[in-house]
Ligand binder design. Structure first.
Ligand code: AMP
Length: 427
Protein backbone atom coordinates (compact mmCIF):
# COMPACT_ATOMS: atom_id res chain seq x y z
CA UNK A 1 0.00 0.00 0.00
CA UNK A 2 1.37 3.41 -0.92
CA UNK A 3 2.22 5.52 2.10
CA UNK A 4 0.26 8.75 2.49
CA UNK A 5 2.01 11.82 1.20
CA UNK A 6 1.81 14.61 3.75
CA UNK A 7 2.07 18.29 2.97
CA UNK A 8 2.16 21.44 5.06
CA UNK A 9 -1.29 22.28 6.50
CA UNK A 10 -3.30 24.87 4.58
CA UNK A 11 -2.04 28.40 5.19
CA UNK A 12 1.37 27.27 6.46
CA UNK A 13 4.66 26.83 4.66
CA UNK A 14 8.12 25.41 5.07
CA UNK A 15 10.82 28.04 5.12
CA UNK A 16 13.82 26.35 3.61
CA UNK A 17 17.57 27.04 4.02
CA UNK A 18 18.51 30.33 2.40
CA UNK A 19 15.14 31.96 3.11
CA UNK A 20 15.23 30.81 6.73
CA UNK A 21 18.66 32.40 7.22
CA UNK A 22 17.37 35.58 5.63
CA UNK A 23 14.43 35.60 8.04
CA UNK A 24 16.72 35.05 10.99
CA UNK A 25 19.02 37.82 9.82
CA UNK A 26 16.01 40.15 9.69
CA UNK A 27 14.93 39.21 13.20
CA UNK A 28 18.49 39.68 14.50
CA UNK A 29 18.69 43.12 12.98
CA UNK A 30 15.46 44.08 14.62
CA UNK A 31 16.59 42.67 17.96
CA UNK A 32 19.85 44.58 17.79
CA UNK A 33 18.06 47.82 16.98
CA UNK A 34 15.64 47.23 19.85
CA UNK A 35 18.54 46.48 22.22
CA UNK A 36 20.24 49.73 21.24
CA UNK A 37 17.01 51.52 22.11
CA UNK A 38 16.90 50.01 25.58
CA UNK A 39 14.51 47.11 24.97
CA UNK A 40 14.97 43.71 26.61
CA UNK A 41 14.00 40.49 24.87
CA UNK A 42 10.91 38.66 26.17
CA UNK A 43 9.80 35.14 25.27
CA UNK A 44 6.31 33.99 26.25
CA UNK A 45 4.55 30.67 25.59
CA UNK A 46 3.09 30.01 22.18
CA UNK A 47 -0.21 29.04 23.82
CA UNK A 48 -2.05 30.74 26.66
CA UNK A 49 -5.36 30.48 28.47
CA UNK A 50 -8.03 31.39 25.96
CA UNK A 51 -9.15 34.19 28.30
CA UNK A 52 -5.94 36.13 27.69
CA UNK A 53 -6.92 36.59 24.08
CA UNK A 54 -10.64 37.03 24.67
CA UNK A 55 -9.69 40.40 26.16
CA UNK A 56 -8.63 41.53 22.69
CA UNK A 57 -12.29 42.24 22.08
CA UNK A 58 -15.47 40.40 21.26
CA UNK A 59 -15.98 42.23 17.99
CA UNK A 60 -12.68 41.39 16.35
CA UNK A 61 -12.41 38.60 13.79
CA UNK A 62 -9.12 37.56 15.38
CA UNK A 63 -11.05 36.54 18.50
CA UNK A 64 -14.42 35.45 17.17
CA UNK A 65 -13.49 33.59 14.00
CA UNK A 66 -9.77 33.03 13.71
CA UNK A 67 -8.60 31.65 17.04
CA UNK A 68 -6.90 28.27 17.14
CA UNK A 69 -8.46 27.31 20.46
CA UNK A 70 -8.57 23.87 21.98
CA UNK A 71 -9.17 21.99 25.17
CA UNK A 72 -6.07 20.44 26.74
CA UNK A 73 -6.04 17.03 28.40
CA UNK A 74 -7.14 18.61 31.69
CA UNK A 75 -10.11 20.26 30.04
CA UNK A 76 -8.64 23.79 30.12
CA UNK A 77 -9.53 26.13 27.27
CA UNK A 78 -6.30 27.16 25.59
CA UNK A 79 -5.40 28.97 22.37
CA UNK A 80 -2.39 29.32 20.12
CA UNK A 81 -1.47 32.98 20.27
CA UNK A 82 -2.90 35.10 17.43
CA UNK A 83 -0.67 38.04 18.42
CA UNK A 84 1.78 38.88 21.18
CA UNK A 85 0.60 42.07 22.86
CA UNK A 86 -1.90 40.24 25.05
CA UNK A 87 0.76 37.69 26.08
CA UNK A 88 3.25 40.44 26.90
CA UNK A 89 0.70 42.32 28.98
CA UNK A 90 -0.26 39.05 30.72
CA UNK A 91 3.47 38.55 31.51
CA UNK A 92 3.67 42.13 32.78
CA UNK A 93 0.72 41.60 35.10
CA UNK A 94 2.19 38.30 36.32
CA UNK A 95 5.73 39.57 37.02
CA UNK A 96 5.18 43.26 37.83
CA UNK A 97 8.56 44.44 36.47
CA UNK A 98 9.97 47.91 37.04
CA UNK A 99 8.41 50.66 34.95
CA UNK A 100 8.70 51.55 32.21
CA UNK A 101 8.93 48.00 30.91
CA UNK A 102 10.41 48.01 27.41
CA UNK A 103 10.48 44.64 25.66
CA UNK A 104 10.78 43.23 22.16
CA UNK A 105 9.72 39.85 20.84
CA UNK A 106 9.62 37.63 17.80
CA UNK A 107 7.90 34.44 16.83
CA UNK A 108 5.05 32.64 15.10
CA UNK A 109 1.40 33.68 15.43
CA UNK A 110 -1.66 31.68 14.43
CA UNK A 111 -4.90 32.88 12.87
CA UNK A 112 -7.46 30.79 11.07
CA UNK A 113 -7.63 33.11 8.09
CA UNK A 114 -8.41 32.57 4.44
CA UNK A 115 -4.90 32.02 3.06
CA UNK A 116 -3.66 34.12 0.15
CA UNK A 117 -0.40 35.75 -0.91
CA UNK A 118 1.03 37.42 2.21
CA UNK A 119 -1.74 36.04 4.46
CA UNK A 120 -1.06 32.78 6.26
CA UNK A 121 -2.46 30.77 9.15
CA UNK A 122 0.96 30.64 10.74
CA UNK A 123 3.03 33.77 10.25
CA UNK A 124 5.86 35.44 12.03
CA UNK A 125 5.94 38.77 13.82
CA UNK A 126 8.54 40.96 15.44
CA UNK A 127 7.37 43.66 17.80
CA UNK A 128 8.01 45.90 20.75
CA UNK A 129 5.96 47.10 23.71
CA UNK A 130 6.41 49.77 26.37
CA UNK A 131 4.32 49.58 29.54
CA UNK A 132 4.16 52.20 32.23
CA UNK A 133 4.10 55.59 30.57
CA UNK A 134 1.61 57.72 28.73
CA UNK A 135 4.27 60.11 27.43
CA UNK A 136 3.67 60.88 23.74
CA UNK A 137 7.44 60.81 23.21
CA UNK A 138 7.36 57.03 23.70
CA UNK A 139 4.76 56.70 20.95
CA UNK A 140 7.02 58.63 18.59
CA UNK A 141 10.17 56.75 19.64
CA UNK A 142 8.50 53.38 19.09
CA UNK A 143 7.33 54.45 15.68
CA UNK A 144 10.87 55.66 14.95
CA UNK A 145 12.26 52.25 15.94
CA UNK A 146 10.15 50.53 13.28
CA UNK A 147 10.72 53.29 10.74
CA UNK A 148 14.50 53.12 10.99
CA UNK A 149 14.40 49.35 10.91
CA UNK A 150 12.59 49.46 7.56
CA UNK A 151 15.11 52.01 6.26
CA UNK A 152 17.97 49.80 7.48
CA UNK A 153 16.63 46.93 5.34
CA UNK A 154 16.69 49.28 2.37
CA UNK A 155 12.90 49.66 2.06
CA UNK A 156 12.12 53.06 0.56
CA UNK A 157 8.43 52.73 -0.26
CA UNK A 158 6.94 52.58 3.21
CA UNK A 159 4.33 55.05 4.42
CA UNK A 160 3.42 55.72 8.03
CA UNK A 161 -0.30 56.20 8.64
CA UNK A 162 -1.19 57.84 11.93
CA UNK A 163 -4.40 58.39 13.87
CA UNK A 164 -5.68 58.92 17.38
CA UNK A 165 -8.67 56.95 18.63
CA UNK A 166 -9.14 59.11 21.73
CA UNK A 167 -10.04 57.46 25.01
CA UNK A 168 -12.93 57.19 27.51
CA UNK A 169 -12.94 60.99 27.81
CA UNK A 170 -14.07 61.45 24.22
CA UNK A 171 -14.56 58.16 22.41
CA UNK A 172 -18.11 57.52 23.71
CA UNK A 173 -19.24 60.84 22.18
CA UNK A 174 -17.57 59.93 18.90
CA UNK A 175 -19.04 56.42 18.93
CA UNK A 176 -22.50 57.87 19.47
CA UNK A 177 -22.06 60.29 16.58
CA UNK A 178 -20.65 57.54 14.36
CA UNK A 179 -23.46 55.13 15.23
CA UNK A 180 -26.10 57.80 14.52
CA UNK A 181 -24.45 58.55 11.21
CA UNK A 182 -24.29 54.89 10.12
CA UNK A 183 -27.88 54.35 11.29
CA UNK A 184 -28.97 57.25 9.11
CA UNK A 185 -27.42 55.51 6.09
CA UNK A 186 -28.08 51.93 7.14
CA UNK A 187 -29.67 50.87 3.83
CA UNK A 188 -26.53 51.79 1.92
CA UNK A 189 -24.25 49.63 4.03
CA UNK A 190 -23.40 46.02 3.16
CA UNK A 191 -25.20 43.34 5.11
CA UNK A 192 -21.98 42.45 6.98
CA UNK A 193 -21.42 46.06 8.01
CA UNK A 194 -25.01 46.39 9.19
CA UNK A 195 -24.30 43.43 11.41
CA UNK A 196 -20.93 44.84 12.58
CA UNK A 197 -22.66 48.11 13.46
CA UNK A 198 -24.70 46.33 16.10
CA UNK A 199 -21.49 45.22 17.83
CA UNK A 200 -19.05 48.05 17.25
CA UNK A 201 -19.51 51.05 14.95
CA UNK A 202 -15.75 51.68 14.86
CA UNK A 203 -15.16 48.33 13.21
CA UNK A 204 -17.39 49.37 10.28
CA UNK A 205 -14.64 51.84 9.37
CA UNK A 206 -12.41 48.81 8.83
CA UNK A 207 -14.65 47.41 6.07
CA UNK A 208 -12.91 47.05 2.73
CA UNK A 209 -16.14 46.19 0.91
CA UNK A 210 -16.67 48.54 -2.06
CA UNK A 211 -20.36 48.99 -1.22
CA UNK A 212 -19.43 50.60 2.12
CA UNK A 213 -16.74 52.96 0.92
CA UNK A 214 -18.86 55.98 0.08
CA UNK A 215 -20.65 55.90 3.43
CA UNK A 216 -17.34 55.41 5.27
CA UNK A 217 -15.66 58.25 3.39
CA UNK A 218 -18.24 60.72 4.68
CA UNK A 219 -18.37 59.42 8.26
CA UNK A 220 -17.40 61.69 11.16
CA UNK A 221 -13.75 61.27 12.17
CA UNK A 222 -12.31 60.72 15.64
CA UNK A 223 -9.71 63.48 15.40
CA UNK A 224 -12.56 66.03 15.36
CA UNK A 225 -13.82 64.67 18.68
CA UNK A 226 -10.57 64.50 20.66
CA UNK A 227 -10.77 65.91 24.20
CA UNK A 228 -8.22 68.61 25.15
CA UNK A 229 -6.13 65.95 26.87
CA UNK A 230 -6.08 63.38 24.05
CA UNK A 231 -5.74 66.20 21.51
CA UNK A 232 -2.62 67.47 23.29
CA UNK A 233 -1.28 63.91 23.48
CA UNK A 234 -1.73 63.43 19.75
CA UNK A 235 -0.06 66.79 19.11
CA UNK A 236 2.93 65.76 21.22
CA UNK A 237 3.34 62.53 19.24
CA UNK A 238 3.31 64.47 15.98
CA UNK A 239 5.69 67.09 17.36
CA UNK A 240 8.32 64.49 18.28
CA UNK A 241 7.87 62.68 14.95
CA UNK A 242 8.49 66.02 13.22
CA UNK A 243 11.62 66.56 15.34
CA UNK A 244 12.84 63.07 14.40
CA UNK A 245 12.21 63.81 10.73
CA UNK A 246 9.75 60.93 10.28
CA UNK A 247 7.07 61.66 7.70
CA UNK A 248 3.50 60.54 8.37
CA UNK A 249 0.02 60.82 6.93
CA UNK A 250 -2.90 61.45 9.23
CA UNK A 251 -5.32 58.65 8.45
CA UNK A 252 -8.53 59.50 10.32
CA UNK A 253 -10.23 56.19 9.53
CA UNK A 254 -7.40 53.98 10.71
CA UNK A 255 -9.00 51.93 13.51
CA UNK A 256 -6.93 48.73 13.34
CA UNK A 257 -8.24 45.23 13.85
CA UNK A 258 -8.17 44.84 17.63
CA UNK A 259 -10.53 46.43 20.12
CA UNK A 260 -8.07 47.44 22.81
CA UNK A 261 -6.53 50.48 21.17
CA UNK A 262 -6.77 53.97 22.70
CA UNK A 263 -5.16 57.22 21.60
CA UNK A 264 -2.30 56.73 19.11
CA UNK A 265 -2.75 54.11 16.38
CA UNK A 266 -0.50 53.65 13.38
CA UNK A 267 0.17 51.37 10.48
CA UNK A 268 3.02 50.95 8.01
CA UNK A 269 1.95 50.48 4.39
CA UNK A 270 4.37 49.05 1.84
CA UNK A 271 3.53 50.60 -1.51
CA UNK A 272 5.57 47.96 -3.32
CA UNK A 273 2.91 45.37 -2.36
CA UNK A 274 -0.62 45.09 -3.69
CA UNK A 275 -3.00 47.09 -1.57
CA UNK A 276 -4.93 44.13 -0.09
CA UNK A 277 -1.83 42.87 1.70
CA UNK A 278 0.27 46.03 1.97
CA UNK A 279 0.15 46.42 5.78
CA UNK A 280 3.59 45.36 6.98
CA UNK A 281 3.00 46.36 10.57
CA UNK A 282 1.01 48.43 12.96
CA UNK A 283 0.29 49.19 16.53
CA UNK A 284 -0.99 51.65 19.03
CA UNK A 285 -1.78 52.47 22.65
CA UNK A 286 -3.76 50.11 24.82
CA UNK A 287 -4.11 51.96 28.08
CA UNK A 288 -6.88 49.69 29.37
CA UNK A 289 -5.41 46.27 28.60
CA UNK A 290 -3.31 45.68 31.76
CA UNK A 291 -6.39 46.47 33.87
CA UNK A 292 -8.53 44.15 31.72
CA UNK A 293 -6.08 41.33 32.37
CA UNK A 294 -6.33 41.76 36.13
CA UNK A 295 -3.35 44.05 36.67
CA UNK A 296 -3.00 47.62 37.88
CA UNK A 297 -4.16 50.30 35.49
CA UNK A 298 -1.03 50.79 33.39
CA UNK A 299 -0.67 52.63 30.11
CA UNK A 300 1.00 50.74 27.29
CA UNK A 301 1.88 51.02 23.63
CA UNK A 302 3.37 48.66 21.11
CA UNK A 303 3.56 47.48 17.54
CA UNK A 304 3.90 44.25 15.63
CA UNK A 305 5.48 43.89 12.21
CA UNK A 306 4.78 41.00 9.84
CA UNK A 307 8.08 39.31 9.01
CA UNK A 308 6.69 37.37 6.03
CA UNK A 309 5.23 40.50 4.50
CA UNK A 310 8.32 42.63 5.14
CA UNK A 311 10.32 40.06 3.19
CA UNK A 312 7.76 40.19 0.37
CA UNK A 313 8.16 43.98 0.34
CA UNK A 314 11.95 43.54 0.24
CA UNK A 315 11.57 41.20 -2.75
CA UNK A 316 9.35 43.73 -4.48
CA UNK A 317 11.86 46.53 -3.87
CA UNK A 318 14.85 44.27 -4.63
CA UNK A 319 16.53 44.97 -1.31
CA UNK A 320 17.76 42.81 1.57
CA UNK A 321 18.32 39.81 -0.66
CA UNK A 322 20.01 37.90 2.17
CA UNK A 323 23.48 36.52 1.82
CA UNK A 324 23.97 33.14 0.20
CA UNK A 325 25.66 31.03 2.82
CA UNK A 326 28.46 29.63 0.64
CA UNK A 327 30.72 27.07 2.23
CA UNK A 328 34.30 28.26 2.63
CA UNK A 329 36.04 24.96 2.12
CA UNK A 330 35.29 21.54 0.60
CA UNK A 331 37.35 18.58 1.78
CA UNK A 332 38.26 16.01 -0.86
CA UNK A 333 39.40 12.91 1.01
CA UNK A 334 40.50 9.86 -0.95
CA UNK A 335 41.89 7.99 2.05
CA UNK A 336 38.52 6.62 3.15
CA UNK A 337 36.79 9.65 4.65
CA UNK A 338 37.82 9.58 8.31
CA UNK A 339 40.34 12.40 7.82
CA UNK A 340 37.61 14.57 6.26
CA UNK A 341 35.55 14.21 9.45
CA UNK A 342 38.52 15.35 11.53
CA UNK A 343 39.37 18.30 9.28
CA UNK A 344 35.73 19.51 9.01
CA UNK A 345 35.59 19.54 12.82
CA UNK A 346 38.89 21.44 13.13
CA UNK A 347 37.84 24.03 10.59
CA UNK A 348 34.42 24.56 12.16
CA UNK A 349 36.07 25.07 15.56
CA UNK A 350 38.22 27.76 13.94
CA UNK A 351 35.18 29.48 12.39
CA UNK A 352 35.73 28.22 8.84
CA UNK A 353 32.68 26.56 7.30
CA UNK A 354 33.44 23.30 5.60
CA UNK A 355 31.66 20.55 3.75
CA UNK A 356 32.61 17.16 2.34
CA UNK A 357 31.36 14.20 0.30
CA UNK A 358 30.35 10.84 1.78
CA UNK A 359 30.22 7.20 0.77
CA UNK A 360 33.88 7.02 -0.34
CA UNK A 361 33.15 8.46 -3.73
CA UNK A 362 35.83 8.75 -6.41
CA UNK A 363 38.11 11.77 -6.48
CA UNK A 364 36.39 12.96 -9.65
CA UNK A 365 32.95 12.72 -8.05
CA UNK A 366 34.21 14.55 -4.96
CA UNK A 367 35.58 17.39 -7.09
CA UNK A 368 32.24 17.63 -8.88
CA UNK A 369 30.55 17.94 -5.49
CA UNK A 370 33.12 20.57 -4.47
CA UNK A 371 32.29 22.61 -7.59
CA UNK A 372 28.55 22.34 -6.94
CA UNK A 373 28.95 23.43 -3.33
CA UNK A 374 30.29 26.83 -4.40
CA UNK A 375 33.17 26.44 -1.93
CA UNK A 376 35.94 28.96 -2.28
CA UNK A 377 38.73 26.50 -1.66
CA UNK A 378 39.34 22.75 -1.68
CA UNK A 379 41.49 20.84 0.80
CA UNK A 380 42.67 17.56 -0.68
CA UNK A 381 44.03 14.62 1.23
CA UNK A 382 45.32 11.42 -0.38
CA UNK A 383 47.48 8.57 0.91
CA UNK A 384 50.77 10.42 0.27
CA UNK A 385 49.59 13.50 2.13
CA UNK A 386 48.28 11.37 4.97
CA UNK A 387 51.68 9.71 5.35
CA UNK A 388 53.51 13.05 5.18
CA UNK A 389 51.14 14.84 7.61
CA UNK A 390 50.15 17.37 4.95
CA UNK A 391 47.16 18.37 2.80
CA UNK A 392 46.90 20.18 -0.52
CA UNK A 393 45.10 23.54 -0.54
CA UNK A 394 43.59 24.47 -3.89
CA UNK A 395 41.78 27.81 -4.35
CA UNK A 396 38.62 27.36 -6.45
CA UNK A 397 37.72 31.04 -6.77
CA UNK A 398 39.70 34.26 -7.21
CA UNK A 399 42.70 35.00 -9.42
CA UNK A 400 45.39 32.77 -7.97
CA UNK A 401 44.46 29.08 -8.40
CA UNK A 402 47.92 27.65 -7.55
CA UNK A 403 47.74 24.72 -5.18
CA UNK A 404 50.13 24.31 -2.28
CA UNK A 405 51.10 21.56 0.12
CA UNK A 406 50.49 22.60 3.71
CA UNK A 407 51.38 20.87 7.00
CA UNK A 408 48.31 19.72 8.98
CA UNK A 409 49.53 21.76 11.97
CA UNK A 410 49.52 25.02 10.01
CA UNK A 411 46.36 24.32 7.97
CA UNK A 412 44.10 26.76 9.79
CA UNK A 413 46.60 29.59 9.47
CA UNK A 414 47.23 28.91 5.77
CA UNK A 415 43.55 28.50 4.93
CA UNK A 416 42.60 31.72 6.70
CA UNK A 417 45.15 33.57 4.60
CA UNK A 418 44.09 31.88 1.35
CA UNK A 419 40.39 32.59 2.04
CA UNK A 420 41.12 36.20 2.88
CA UNK A 421 43.12 36.59 -0.38
CA UNK A 422 40.22 35.07 -2.35
CA UNK A 423 37.71 37.41 -0.66
CA UNK A 424 39.84 40.41 -1.57
CA UNK A 425 39.94 39.51 -5.26
CA UNK A 426 36.16 38.87 -5.26
CA UNK A 427 35.15 42.24 -3.85
P1 AMP B 1 -1.86 42.82 13.62
O1 AMP B 1 -1.36 41.96 14.76
O2 AMP B 1 -3.15 42.32 13.04
O3 AMP B 1 -1.81 44.28 13.93
O4 AMP B 1 -0.80 42.59 12.45
C1 AMP B 1 0.47 43.16 12.42
C2 AMP B 1 1.15 42.75 11.14
O5 AMP B 1 1.29 41.33 11.10
C3 AMP B 1 0.36 43.08 9.89
O6 AMP B 1 0.61 44.41 9.49
C4 AMP B 1 0.90 42.08 8.90
O7 AMP B 1 2.13 42.54 8.34
C5 AMP B 1 1.18 40.88 9.76
N1 AMP B 1 0.09 39.90 9.64
C6 AMP B 1 -1.12 39.92 10.28
N2 AMP B 1 -1.86 38.84 9.93
C7 AMP B 1 -1.10 38.12 9.06
C8 AMP B 1 -1.29 36.89 8.35
N3 AMP B 1 -2.40 36.17 8.48
N4 AMP B 1 -0.30 36.46 7.52
C9 AMP B 1 0.85 37.18 7.38
N5 AMP B 1 1.08 38.33 8.04
C10 AMP B 1 0.13 38.80 8.87
Amino acid sequence: MASPSFRTPKGTRDILPGEAERQRDLVNRFGERARLNGFGHVVTPIFEDLGVFKRLGESTDVVTKEMYDFEDKDGRRMALRPELTASVVRAFVQHRPQLPWKVWYEGPQFRYEKPQAGRYRQFSQIGAEVLGTNDGAVDAELIALAWHFFADLGLAKVRLLLNSLGDQSCRPQYLAALTDYFQSRLDELSEQSQHTLQVNALRVLDSKRPQDQDVIDQAPVMVDFLSPDTGEHFASVRRVLDRLGIPYEISPRLVRGLDYYTRTTFEFAADALTSAQNAIGGGGRYNGLAGDLGGPDTPGIGFALGVDRILLACDAEHVFAGSASATDVFIVDVTGGDEASVIVGQLAAAGISASRAYDQRSMKAQFRAADKSGARCAVIIGDDELAAGTVTVRPMQGENRDQTAVGRDTLIEQLSKTLSDIRKTLT
